[in-house]
Design a protein around this ligand. Structure first.
Ligand code: ADP
Ligand code: MG
Length: 243
C-alpha cells in the first residue's frame, strides 16, 4: 500500500524500509495538525507528496534533503517541523538580542518574505515570533524588529543581509536548533556559498542542530553543501529523476 502510494506520487526515499517511518497521508496524523485547521491552511485537504514523505523524518529529528520542483509545497514541508521543534523545547529565558532558535535562509527577498508570511501564521498560533531580514531595505527598521521584547525565535533571511547582521552583532545564531536552506541550488547560483558557510558556521555544530535543505536540482555543488553541513541526511526526491 505504501509502495503503491510512493510509486503513484513518484516519491523516492533514500532509505525507505530501514527507518520504519511511513509517509503521512493525512493531516490528522501529525501532532501539530490543529494548527492546520486555521486560515490559510484550512482549505488544504491532503499533504503534498514532499510533505507526506519528508514530515515523518523531519518530525523525528532527522536531517532531510528535499528535492522537488517549485510549487510542490516545500514551505509547509519545513515550516511545520520547525514550529514543532521549537514548540516542544523549552524557550530560553531571555530572547533579547535576537537569539534565534530557527533560521531559514532564502535566495531572494521575495521568497524570504513569502516564507516569513507563511511561517508567521503558524508561529503566532503557538506564541513564537518570526522576523524577516533582507537586503535593499533599511537596516535600522529590521534591527528594531530584532530588538523587540518579543524577540525573534525564527529568522527568515537572505544570505547577505543575515551575514551583515551577524558580523555586526545584531543577531546570534548560537541557540539555533533548526536550520533550513531553501532553494539551495538557487542560492549557490547567486554566489551565496560563502555567506551560507558563515551563517551555518555561526550555528551550533551540525550534530547539535537539525538541518533541512530543499532544492529543485542536485548538482555537485549542492551535494557538497549537504556533505559539509548535514548529518546522515535522508533524501526525499519527488518526480521522475535519475541522479
Ligand atoms: P514551493 O516552495 O515548493 O515552491 P510553496 O510552499 O510555495 O511551494 O507552495 C505552493 C502553493 O501550494 C502555495 O500557495 C501553498 O499555500 C500551497 N500548498 C502548500 N501545501 C499545500 C497542501 N497540502 N494542499 C494544498 N495547497 C498547498
Ligand atoms: Mg519555496
Amino acid at each position: 500500500e505504501i509502495k503503491t502510494f510512493l510509486d503513484e506520487k513518484e516519491i523516492n526515499i533514500s532509505e525507505p524500509a530501514a527507518t520504519g517511518l511511513r509517509p503521512i497521508l493525512n493531516f490528522s496524523q501529525i501532532p501539530a495538525s490543529k494548527l492546520l485547521s486555521k486560515k490559510p491552511f484550512a482549505s488544504f485537504t491532503t499533504p503534498t507528496p514532499i510533505q507526506s514523505a519528508s514530515w515523518p523524518f523531519a518530525l523525528s529529528g532527522r536531517d532531510v534533503i528535499g528535492i522537488a520542483e517549485t510549487g510542490s509545497g516545500k514551505t509547509l514541508a519545513f515550516s511545520l517541523p520547525c514550529i514543532e521543534a521549537l514548540n516542544s523545547s523549552p524557550k530560553p529565558k531571555s530572547t533579547r538580542g535576537a537569539r534565534a532558535r530557527a533560521v531559514i535562509v532564502s535566495p531572494t527577498r521575495e521568497l524570504a518574505m513569502q516564507t516569513h508570511a507563511a511561517i508567521s501564521v503558524l508561529a503566532e498560533l503557538v506564541g513564537l515570533s518570526a522576523v524577516c531580514l533582507y537586503g535593499g531595505a533599511s537596516k535600522d527598521e529590521q534591527r528594531a524588529l530584532l530588538r523587540r521584547n518579543s524577540g525573534a525565535d525564527i529568522i527568515v533571511a537572505t544570505p547577505g543581509r543575515l551575514k551583515d547582521f551577524l558580523s555586526e552583532g545584531d543577531v546570534s545564531l548560537a541557540d539555533v536548533m533548526f536550520a533550513v536552506l531553501d532553494e539551495a541550488d538557487r542560492m549557490l547560483d547567486k554566489g551565496f556559498e560563502d555567506d551560507i558557510k558563515q551563517i551555518l558556521g555561526a550555528c551550533p555544530a551540525r550534530e547539535k542542530r537539525q538541518t533541512l535543505m530543499f532544492t529543485a536540482t542536485w548538482p555537485t555543488s549542492v551535494r557538497g553543501l549537504a556533505e559539509s553541513f548535514m548529518v546522515d541526511p535522508i533524501k526525499v526526491t519527488i518526480g521522475k529523476r535519475t541522479f
